[in-house]
Design a protein around this ligand. Structure first.
Ligand code: ATP
Ligand code: MG
Length: 361
Protein backbone atom coordinates (compact mmCIF):
# COMPACT_ATOMS: atom_id res chain seq x y z
CA UNK A 1 0.00 0.00 0.00
CA UNK A 2 2.96 2.25 0.54
CA UNK A 3 3.99 4.86 -0.23
CA UNK A 4 1.50 6.79 1.86
CA UNK A 5 0.90 10.34 0.72
CA UNK A 6 1.53 12.81 3.53
CA UNK A 7 0.34 16.33 2.72
CA UNK A 8 2.79 18.61 4.50
CA UNK A 9 2.16 22.27 5.23
CA UNK A 10 5.02 23.90 7.09
CA UNK A 11 3.09 27.13 7.67
CA UNK A 12 4.29 30.08 9.74
CA UNK A 13 6.71 30.99 12.50
CA UNK A 14 8.44 27.89 13.86
CA UNK A 15 6.28 25.72 11.57
CA UNK A 16 8.98 25.13 8.91
CA UNK A 17 11.64 24.25 11.52
CA UNK A 18 9.57 21.74 13.47
CA UNK A 19 8.05 20.20 10.33
CA UNK A 20 11.45 19.59 8.72
CA UNK A 21 12.66 18.02 11.97
CA UNK A 22 9.66 15.70 12.08
CA UNK A 23 10.03 14.66 8.44
CA UNK A 24 13.66 13.62 9.00
CA UNK A 25 12.69 11.39 11.90
CA UNK A 26 9.52 9.96 10.31
CA UNK A 27 11.36 9.10 7.09
CA UNK A 28 14.15 7.37 8.98
CA UNK A 29 11.79 5.39 11.22
CA UNK A 30 9.51 4.21 8.41
CA UNK A 31 12.22 3.44 5.88
CA UNK A 32 12.76 4.86 2.42
CA UNK A 33 9.73 4.83 0.16
CA UNK A 34 7.11 4.34 2.89
CA UNK A 35 6.01 7.95 3.24
CA UNK A 36 5.80 10.38 0.33
CA UNK A 37 5.82 13.90 1.77
CA UNK A 38 4.07 16.34 -0.53
CA UNK A 39 4.92 19.95 0.32
CA UNK A 40 2.00 22.34 0.09
CA UNK A 41 1.73 26.10 0.65
CA UNK A 42 -0.58 27.92 3.01
CA UNK A 43 -0.85 30.12 6.09
CA UNK A 44 -0.45 33.77 7.01
CA UNK A 45 2.94 34.37 5.34
CA UNK A 46 1.63 32.71 2.20
CA UNK A 47 -1.41 35.02 2.36
CA UNK A 48 0.93 38.03 2.38
CA UNK A 49 2.74 36.66 -0.68
CA UNK A 50 -0.24 35.44 -2.69
CA UNK A 51 -3.52 36.66 -1.24
CA UNK A 52 -4.53 33.07 -0.40
CA UNK A 53 -4.51 31.44 3.04
CA UNK A 54 -5.55 28.02 1.81
CA UNK A 55 -4.94 27.76 -1.95
CA UNK A 56 -7.31 25.34 -3.70
CA UNK A 57 -4.49 23.04 -4.79
CA UNK A 58 -3.33 22.84 -1.16
CA UNK A 59 -6.85 21.93 -0.09
CA UNK A 60 -7.07 19.29 -2.82
CA UNK A 61 -3.66 17.92 -1.83
CA UNK A 62 -4.80 17.59 1.79
CA UNK A 63 -8.14 16.06 0.80
CA UNK A 64 -6.50 13.46 -1.42
CA UNK A 65 -3.60 12.60 0.90
CA UNK A 66 -3.54 9.71 3.37
CA UNK A 67 -2.79 12.12 6.23
CA UNK A 68 -1.81 15.74 6.84
CA UNK A 69 1.23 16.92 8.77
CA UNK A 70 1.12 20.58 9.70
CA UNK A 71 3.71 22.82 11.36
CA UNK A 72 1.83 25.84 12.68
CA UNK A 73 -0.18 28.73 11.25
CA UNK A 74 -0.59 32.38 12.18
CA UNK A 75 1.49 35.54 12.36
CA UNK A 76 0.66 38.61 14.43
CA UNK A 77 -0.33 41.68 12.45
CA UNK A 78 -1.39 39.89 9.27
CA UNK A 79 -4.95 40.98 8.59
CA UNK A 80 -7.60 40.63 5.90
CA UNK A 81 -8.79 43.78 4.09
CA UNK A 82 -11.65 44.08 6.64
CA UNK A 83 -9.12 44.26 9.47
CA UNK A 84 -9.75 40.82 10.99
CA UNK A 85 -6.71 38.72 11.85
CA UNK A 86 -5.68 35.96 9.44
CA UNK A 87 -4.39 34.00 12.45
CA UNK A 88 -4.54 30.26 12.03
CA UNK A 89 -7.31 30.44 9.42
CA UNK A 90 -5.47 27.92 7.26
CA UNK A 91 -5.92 25.37 9.90
CA UNK A 92 -9.51 26.36 10.76
CA UNK A 93 -10.53 26.12 7.11
CA UNK A 94 -9.03 22.66 6.81
CA UNK A 95 -10.72 21.65 10.07
CA UNK A 96 -14.18 22.60 8.78
CA UNK A 97 -13.83 21.58 5.14
CA UNK A 98 -12.45 18.16 6.07
CA UNK A 99 -14.79 17.86 9.07
CA UNK A 100 -12.07 17.06 11.62
CA UNK A 101 -14.41 16.82 14.57
CA UNK A 102 -12.26 15.24 17.28
CA UNK A 103 -9.24 17.15 18.54
CA UNK A 104 -7.14 14.58 20.36
CA UNK A 105 -4.60 15.87 22.87
CA UNK A 106 -2.61 13.31 24.83
CA UNK A 107 -1.29 14.46 28.21
CA UNK A 108 1.60 12.18 29.05
CA UNK A 109 4.61 12.86 31.26
CA UNK A 110 7.74 11.32 29.76
CA UNK A 111 10.56 10.04 31.97
CA UNK A 112 13.19 12.70 32.61
CA UNK A 113 10.85 15.61 31.87
CA UNK A 114 10.31 17.91 34.82
CA UNK A 115 6.73 18.59 35.83
CA UNK A 116 5.44 21.26 38.18
CA UNK A 117 3.60 18.26 39.69
CA UNK A 118 6.71 16.77 41.29
CA UNK A 119 4.84 13.89 42.91
CA UNK A 120 4.02 12.43 39.50
CA UNK A 121 7.47 12.56 37.92
CA UNK A 122 7.85 8.82 38.53
CA UNK A 123 4.76 8.14 36.42
CA UNK A 124 1.03 8.49 36.56
CA UNK A 125 0.21 11.30 34.14
CA UNK A 126 -1.06 9.55 31.02
CA UNK A 127 -4.49 10.50 29.76
CA UNK A 128 -6.08 11.95 26.63
CA UNK A 129 -8.28 14.99 26.20
CA UNK A 130 -10.77 14.76 23.32
CA UNK A 131 -11.95 18.24 22.44
CA UNK A 132 -15.02 18.67 20.25
CA UNK A 133 -13.61 20.59 17.31
CA UNK A 134 -16.41 21.89 15.09
CA UNK A 135 -19.09 23.52 17.27
CA UNK A 136 -19.59 24.76 20.84
CA UNK A 137 -18.74 28.33 21.70
CA UNK A 138 -15.98 28.73 19.11
CA UNK A 139 -18.41 27.99 16.28
CA UNK A 140 -19.75 31.47 16.97
CA UNK A 141 -16.46 32.85 15.63
CA UNK A 142 -17.30 35.79 13.42
CA UNK A 143 -21.03 35.47 14.16
CA UNK A 144 -21.00 37.21 17.52
CA UNK A 145 -22.61 40.64 17.79
CA UNK A 146 -21.88 43.91 19.54
CA UNK A 147 -25.03 45.99 20.07
CA UNK A 148 -24.82 49.78 20.24
CA UNK A 149 -21.29 49.42 21.64
CA UNK A 150 -22.97 48.37 24.90
CA UNK A 151 -23.60 44.63 24.76
CA UNK A 152 -21.63 41.85 23.14
CA UNK A 153 -22.82 38.30 22.71
CA UNK A 154 -21.78 34.98 21.15
CA UNK A 155 -23.74 31.79 21.01
CA UNK A 156 -22.82 28.35 22.26
CA UNK A 157 -24.24 25.67 19.98
CA UNK A 158 -24.22 22.00 20.89
CA UNK A 159 -25.86 19.57 18.46
CA UNK A 160 -26.90 15.97 18.93
CA UNK A 161 -24.93 14.89 15.86
CA UNK A 162 -21.79 16.79 16.88
CA UNK A 163 -21.87 15.45 20.41
CA UNK A 164 -22.71 11.87 19.47
CA UNK A 165 -19.78 11.58 17.13
CA UNK A 166 -17.21 13.07 19.49
CA UNK A 167 -18.55 11.03 22.42
CA UNK A 168 -18.37 7.85 20.33
CA UNK A 169 -14.81 8.77 19.42
CA UNK A 170 -13.93 9.19 23.12
CA UNK A 171 -15.50 5.87 24.16
CA UNK A 172 -13.86 4.00 21.27
CA UNK A 173 -10.53 5.52 22.28
CA UNK A 174 -11.00 4.55 25.93
CA UNK A 175 -11.91 1.00 24.92
CA UNK A 176 -8.71 0.48 22.91
CA UNK A 177 -6.05 2.79 24.26
CA UNK A 178 -2.88 1.72 26.04
CA UNK A 179 -2.07 3.10 29.46
CA UNK A 180 -4.64 3.04 32.20
CA UNK A 181 -5.53 5.20 35.16
CA UNK A 182 -4.36 4.09 38.59
CA UNK A 183 -7.44 1.92 39.31
CA UNK A 184 -7.19 0.14 35.93
CA UNK A 185 -10.76 1.07 35.00
CA UNK A 186 -11.23 2.36 31.46
CA UNK A 187 -13.11 5.61 31.83
CA UNK A 188 -14.45 8.62 29.97
CA UNK A 189 -14.80 11.77 32.04
CA UNK A 190 -17.30 14.25 30.61
CA UNK A 191 -16.11 17.78 31.36
CA UNK A 192 -18.75 20.52 31.17
CA UNK A 193 -20.74 23.12 33.08
CA UNK A 194 -23.98 21.17 33.06
CA UNK A 195 -24.98 22.80 36.34
CA UNK A 196 -25.13 26.25 34.71
CA UNK A 197 -25.81 26.02 31.00
CA UNK A 198 -28.44 24.02 29.17
CA UNK A 199 -26.21 23.36 26.19
CA UNK A 200 -23.70 21.66 28.50
CA UNK A 201 -26.44 19.65 30.20
CA UNK A 202 -27.47 18.49 26.73
CA UNK A 203 -23.85 17.60 25.94
CA UNK A 204 -23.71 15.49 29.12
CA UNK A 205 -27.01 13.76 28.36
CA UNK A 206 -25.90 12.78 24.85
CA UNK A 207 -22.62 11.43 26.28
CA UNK A 208 -24.71 9.31 28.68
CA UNK A 209 -26.74 7.95 25.77
CA UNK A 210 -23.61 7.05 23.82
CA UNK A 211 -22.12 5.43 26.92
CA UNK A 212 -24.93 2.86 26.92
CA UNK A 213 -23.14 1.19 24.00
CA UNK A 214 -19.86 0.81 25.93
CA UNK A 215 -20.52 -1.32 29.04
CA UNK A 216 -16.79 -1.97 29.64
CA UNK A 217 -15.96 1.71 29.87
CA UNK A 218 -17.03 3.69 32.94
CA UNK A 219 -18.33 7.24 32.69
CA UNK A 220 -17.97 10.05 35.19
CA UNK A 221 -18.34 13.81 35.14
CA UNK A 222 -16.34 16.87 36.12
CA UNK A 223 -17.25 20.52 36.04
CA UNK A 224 -14.85 22.59 33.96
CA UNK A 225 -13.80 24.70 36.95
CA UNK A 226 -13.30 21.77 39.32
CA UNK A 227 -11.31 19.75 36.79
CA UNK A 228 -8.54 22.37 36.77
CA UNK A 229 -7.93 21.46 40.42
CA UNK A 230 -8.23 17.69 39.88
CA UNK A 231 -5.86 17.78 36.90
CA UNK A 232 -3.22 19.15 39.27
CA UNK A 233 -4.07 17.12 42.39
CA UNK A 234 -4.88 13.70 40.95
CA UNK A 235 -3.95 13.58 37.24
CA UNK A 236 -3.41 9.82 37.62
CA UNK A 237 -7.16 9.27 37.92
CA UNK A 238 -7.92 10.25 34.32
CA UNK A 239 -8.12 8.04 31.24
CA UNK A 240 -10.06 9.92 28.51
CA UNK A 241 -11.67 13.33 29.04
CA UNK A 242 -14.24 14.59 26.52
CA UNK A 243 -15.17 18.27 26.43
CA UNK A 244 -16.90 20.97 24.44
CA UNK A 245 -14.65 23.00 22.11
CA UNK A 246 -13.61 25.96 24.28
CA UNK A 247 -13.47 24.02 27.53
CA UNK A 248 -11.34 21.39 25.79
CA UNK A 249 -9.03 24.08 24.42
CA UNK A 250 -8.46 25.59 27.85
CA UNK A 251 -7.96 22.37 29.78
CA UNK A 252 -5.62 20.94 27.16
CA UNK A 253 -3.24 23.90 27.59
CA UNK A 254 -3.37 23.25 31.34
CA UNK A 255 -2.70 19.56 30.73
CA UNK A 256 0.28 20.44 28.51
CA UNK A 257 1.71 22.62 31.29
CA UNK A 258 1.72 19.63 33.65
CA UNK A 259 3.87 17.53 31.30
CA UNK A 260 6.52 20.01 30.15
CA UNK A 261 4.68 22.75 28.24
CA UNK A 262 3.53 23.58 24.74
CA UNK A 263 6.75 22.44 23.08
CA UNK A 264 6.07 18.81 24.00
CA UNK A 265 2.27 18.52 23.55
CA UNK A 266 1.08 16.80 20.36
CA UNK A 267 -2.34 16.91 18.76
CA UNK A 268 -4.36 15.11 16.13
CA UNK A 269 -7.53 16.48 14.55
CA UNK A 270 -9.46 13.53 13.32
CA UNK A 271 -12.60 13.02 11.29
CA UNK A 272 -14.15 9.99 9.65
CA UNK A 273 -12.16 10.34 6.43
CA UNK A 274 -9.26 12.71 7.12
CA UNK A 275 -6.84 13.65 9.87
CA UNK A 276 -4.36 16.44 10.51
CA UNK A 277 -1.48 16.22 12.97
CA UNK A 278 0.49 19.10 14.49
CA UNK A 279 1.98 20.22 17.77
CA UNK A 280 -0.63 21.70 20.10
CA UNK A 281 1.37 24.95 20.13
CA UNK A 282 0.96 27.88 17.77
CA UNK A 283 3.54 29.45 15.46
CA UNK A 284 5.55 30.99 18.36
CA UNK A 285 6.80 33.99 16.32
CA UNK A 286 8.94 35.12 19.28
CA UNK A 287 11.38 32.26 18.70
CA UNK A 288 10.89 31.62 14.96
CA UNK A 289 13.86 31.29 12.64
CA UNK A 290 16.37 30.82 15.46
CA UNK A 291 16.53 27.00 15.45
CA UNK A 292 15.62 26.94 19.16
CA UNK A 293 12.03 25.65 19.02
CA UNK A 294 11.36 22.21 20.37
CA UNK A 295 10.43 19.73 17.64
CA UNK A 296 9.15 17.25 20.24
CA UNK A 297 5.46 18.21 19.96
CA UNK A 298 5.58 17.76 16.19
CA UNK A 299 7.55 14.50 16.48
CA UNK A 300 4.94 13.10 18.87
CA UNK A 301 2.19 14.33 16.55
CA UNK A 302 3.96 12.31 13.85
CA UNK A 303 3.76 9.30 16.16
CA UNK A 304 0.00 9.86 16.44
CA UNK A 305 -0.21 10.13 12.65
CA UNK A 306 1.57 6.81 12.14
CA UNK A 307 -0.69 5.05 14.65
CA UNK A 308 -3.80 6.48 13.01
CA UNK A 309 -2.56 5.38 9.58
CA UNK A 310 -1.47 1.97 10.89
CA UNK A 311 -4.98 1.29 12.13
CA UNK A 312 -6.74 2.54 9.00
CA UNK A 313 -4.44 0.74 6.61
CA UNK A 314 -3.95 -2.37 8.80
CA UNK A 315 -0.20 -1.80 8.47
CA UNK A 316 1.54 -3.07 11.60
CA UNK A 317 4.95 -1.85 10.39
CA UNK A 318 3.74 1.75 10.70
CA UNK A 319 2.63 1.08 14.27
CA UNK A 320 6.06 -0.34 15.06
CA UNK A 321 7.74 2.73 13.56
CA UNK A 322 5.53 4.89 15.79
CA UNK A 323 6.58 2.90 18.87
CA UNK A 324 10.23 3.28 17.92
CA UNK A 325 9.98 7.05 17.52
CA UNK A 326 8.17 7.41 20.83
CA UNK A 327 10.81 5.27 22.57
CA UNK A 328 13.62 7.24 20.91
CA UNK A 329 12.15 10.58 22.05
CA UNK A 330 11.81 9.19 25.58
CA UNK A 331 15.43 7.94 25.58
CA UNK A 332 16.83 11.22 24.25
CA UNK A 333 15.02 13.23 26.93
CA UNK A 334 15.50 10.77 29.82
CA UNK A 335 19.25 10.44 29.15
CA UNK A 336 19.42 14.15 28.39
CA UNK A 337 21.19 13.45 25.10
CA UNK A 338 19.58 16.53 23.54
CA UNK A 339 17.19 18.62 25.60
CA UNK A 340 15.44 21.59 23.97
CA UNK A 341 15.51 24.98 25.64
CA UNK A 342 11.92 24.93 26.84
CA UNK A 343 12.67 21.74 28.79
CA UNK A 344 15.70 23.28 30.46
CA UNK A 345 18.39 22.23 27.97
CA UNK A 346 20.47 23.89 25.27
CA UNK A 347 19.89 21.71 22.22
CA UNK A 348 18.68 23.30 19.00
CA UNK A 349 15.67 22.10 17.04
CA UNK A 350 17.91 20.27 14.54
CA UNK A 351 20.07 18.77 17.32
CA UNK A 352 17.05 17.29 19.07
CA UNK A 353 15.78 15.80 15.81
CA UNK A 354 19.21 14.41 14.97
CA UNK A 355 19.55 12.83 18.43
CA UNK A 356 16.13 11.19 18.05
CA UNK A 357 17.04 9.97 14.57
CA UNK A 358 20.22 8.38 15.89
CA UNK A 359 18.40 6.83 18.85
CA UNK A 360 16.08 5.00 16.45
CA UNK A 361 18.81 2.59 15.44
P1 ATP B 1 -2.18 29.95 19.21
O1 ATP B 1 -3.03 31.16 19.26
O2 ATP B 1 -1.92 29.45 17.82
O3 ATP B 1 -2.62 28.87 20.16
P2 ATP B 1 -0.44 31.04 21.12
O4 ATP B 1 -0.49 32.52 21.05
O5 ATP B 1 -1.22 30.33 22.15
O6 ATP B 1 -0.76 30.42 19.69
P3 ATP B 1 1.99 29.52 20.95
O7 ATP B 1 2.57 29.80 19.62
O8 ATP B 1 1.30 28.24 21.15
O9 ATP B 1 1.08 30.76 21.32
O10 ATP B 1 3.15 29.59 21.99
C1 ATP B 1 3.18 30.35 23.16
C2 ATP B 1 4.64 30.45 23.56
O11 ATP B 1 5.13 29.16 23.95
C3 ATP B 1 5.51 30.86 22.39
O12 ATP B 1 5.56 32.24 22.27
C4 ATP B 1 6.83 30.22 22.70
O13 ATP B 1 7.61 31.06 23.51
C5 ATP B 1 6.44 28.96 23.45
N1 ATP B 1 6.42 27.80 22.54
C6 ATP B 1 5.40 27.37 21.77
N2 ATP B 1 5.76 26.31 21.04
C7 ATP B 1 7.05 26.05 21.33
C8 ATP B 1 8.01 25.08 20.88
N3 ATP B 1 7.72 24.12 19.99
N4 ATP B 1 9.25 25.12 21.42
C9 ATP B 1 9.56 26.03 22.32
N5 ATP B 1 8.72 26.98 22.78
C10 ATP B 1 7.48 27.00 22.29
MG1 MG C 1 -2.92 28.85 22.27
Amino acid sequence: MAPYRIATIEGDGIGPEVTKAAITVLAEACGAGTLAFERLEGGAAHYVRSGHVLPEDTFAGCRDADAILHGAAGLPGVVYPDGTEVGNDLHLRLRFRLDLYANVRPVKLLPGVLSPLRAFEGGGIDYVIVRENTEGLYASRGAGVVLRDEIASDSLVVTRKGTERVARFAFELAAKRRGAPRDGQRRVTVCDKANILRSYAFFRRICDEVHAGYPDVAIDYAYADAITVHMLKRPDSYDVIVAENMVGDIISDLGAATVGGMGIAPSGEIGDAHALFQGAHGSAPDIAGQNVASPVATLLSGVMMLRWLAERKSDTALGQAADRIEAAVATVLAERRAVPRDLGGHASCTEVAEAVRRALA
